[in-house]
Design a protein around this ligand. Structure first.
Ligand code: FAD
Length: 426
């Protein structure tokens, strides 16, 4: 006899684990299926040679929805906020970043006229009515907002920092501005990395009786009669759920549903682009230049930040853990050796001689930061994909129209859980 579960969650990343935590205390039988050896997905942290490496730079918005939902679930978040500031780099030149009040006064990047313009633009970002830009791309909004090329570059740079999106001509201005506002309110770097969030969510679920099965690769989702859904694993095992919450990427979900997928007709759903980047994660015994802890390229889409300056990220509490990152656009050069060199050279510019102090480092040539590049019109497309199959729910960082990254994963996980609870109670 195949056991029938009230809820089967496919994927043990942030979205799946948040949903699992909300579903507890409802007297439902719940199973989480995860294809990897461990849960965590892209929010996991690797412990390598006593250093805690998130998968690339991870920062939690201090006033974002994800943080308040995690706190609602009693997740302890320990860590500190980096100061907004640092330096901006273009060719061989360095400028003080005009991202804080002091930076604005002292930066040599902007003329006095541009500084006033920049201050006004920042105030506009904080007070803008997002509904007014719902039909615009970010590029359009930036061009309408300021004529100054330097101020435009700052808006593109801050947009990349806040969202990892590097396609201003495609991305939705509304999504960019929502996240930009959140980022300007500060972020948190977490002690021992984002694994601490995953571990707490996982432990709470296990204690509440939720079952986890790892190394279970779901291949097929087949709706069957009587409001039940059959799940077929790659080894042929069959699992049946009354409600199924799927948190995998959209293309994989489409494949799981096969020819009968109600989403395969929707071009935007199958052709959804993702947000990608390359990361160089580095641990050093010391920083050659301890004064430089944050830098971004003005034209080159590059990022550098010393995360251990604001979070405990090594067992000895002394090592330096930093991330160098390249924001990718779909048309980018995919010669990974060159990309690695570019990241190393950027680090060399800011921290000359860093290679002498390396404890460990790793280069990930291409990683998906967000499963959906948020574009104008996504809301309708996502709305249409809802409730197509009774009992099938969707969550993940791509599934919320106006939230991406952990904001999207956590809010959609909570929302799907609430919808399941409502259905089960009705
Ligand atoms: C380099 C980088 C930097 C980032 N920085 C930030 C940041 O600063 N701030 C921020 O808020 N967010 C950041 N993010 C984004 C954040 O990590 C993700 O949005 C979030 O972790 C996604 O969670 P998820 O549950 O939607 O997806 P995932 O974490 O991908 O979880 C999906 C899970 O499903 C499992 N799965 C997939 N297919 C199957 C299958 N067939 N069967 C069973 N299981 C399956 C996967 O193994 C995975 O565990 C960053 C991400 C990256 C990669």
């Amino acid at each position: 006899m195949t056991q029938k579960w009230d809820v089967v969650i496919i994927g043990g990343g942030l979205a799946g684990l948040v949903a699992a935590n909300y579903l507890t205390r409802n007297n439902l039988s719940i199973l989480v299926l995860e294809k990897n050896k461990n849960v965590g997905g892209r929010a996991r942290t690797d412990h390598i040679r006593q250093q805690y490496f998130n998968l690339g730079p991870h920062a939690l918005y201090k006033k974002g929805k994800a943080k308040s939902i995690l706190e609602e679930l009693n997740i302890q978040l320990s860590g500190k906020s980096p100061k907004i500031g640092g330096i901006l780099v273009e060719n061989q030149l360095e400028y003080i970043a005009p991202l804080s009040p002091l930076g604005l006064l002292t930066s040599n990047f902007l003329s006095w006229k541009e500084r006033i313009e920049w201050a006004k633009v920042l105030m506009k970002v904080m007070s803008i009515d997002n509904e007014k830009v719902v039909l615009q791309t970010y590029e359009r909004w930036v061009q309408q907002t300021t004529r100054s090329e330097n101020v435009q570059s700052l808006l593109y740079l801050l947009g990349r920092l806040a969202t990892y999106c590097h396609s201003p001509n495609k991305v939705s201005a509304k999504v960019m501005l929502i996240h930009l506002k959140a980022a300007l309110n500060g972020v948190l770097y977490l002690d021992k990395g984002w694994q601490t969030i995953i571990d707490q969510l996982h432990n709470n679920s296990v204690v509440s009786g939720i079952q986890f099965q790892t190394r279970k690769n779901v291949k097929q989702i087949v709706p069957i009669e009587q409001d039940h859904i059959k799940i077929v694993l790659s080894d042929g095992e069959v699992i049946v759920g009354k409600n199924v919450l799927c948190t995998v990427e959209p293309k994989e979900l489409n494949q799981m549903l096969g020819e009968k997928s109600p989403f395969s007709q929707s071009d935007s759903f199958t052709k959804m682009e993702s947000v990608k980047g390359s990361t160089l994660d580095v641990a050093l015994t010391q920083l050659p230049n301890p004064k430089k802890v944050f830098a971004m390229g003005i034209v080159d889409p590059l990022y550098f930040s010393v995360h251990s300056n604001n979070a405990l990220l090594s067992d000895d509490a002394k090592s330096i853990v930093l991330h160098v990152f390249k924001y990718q656009s779909p048309t980018d050069n995919k010669e990974w050796k060159k990309v690695k060199c570019e990241l190393e050279q950027f680090l060399e510019k800011i921290q000359p001689g860093w290679k002498s102090y390396v404890i460990t480092s790793r280069f990930i040539p291409q990683i998906t930061v967000n499963q959906r590049l948020p574009q104008v019109g996504d809301e309708q497309m996502l709305q249409c994909s809802k409730n197509k199959i009774p009992g099938l729910y969707i969550a993940g960082d791509w599934a919320s129209p106006y939230s991406i990254l952990s904001e999207g994963a956590v809010t959609s996980g909570k929302q799907a859980a609430e919808e399941i609870i409502k259905k089960e109670k009705s």
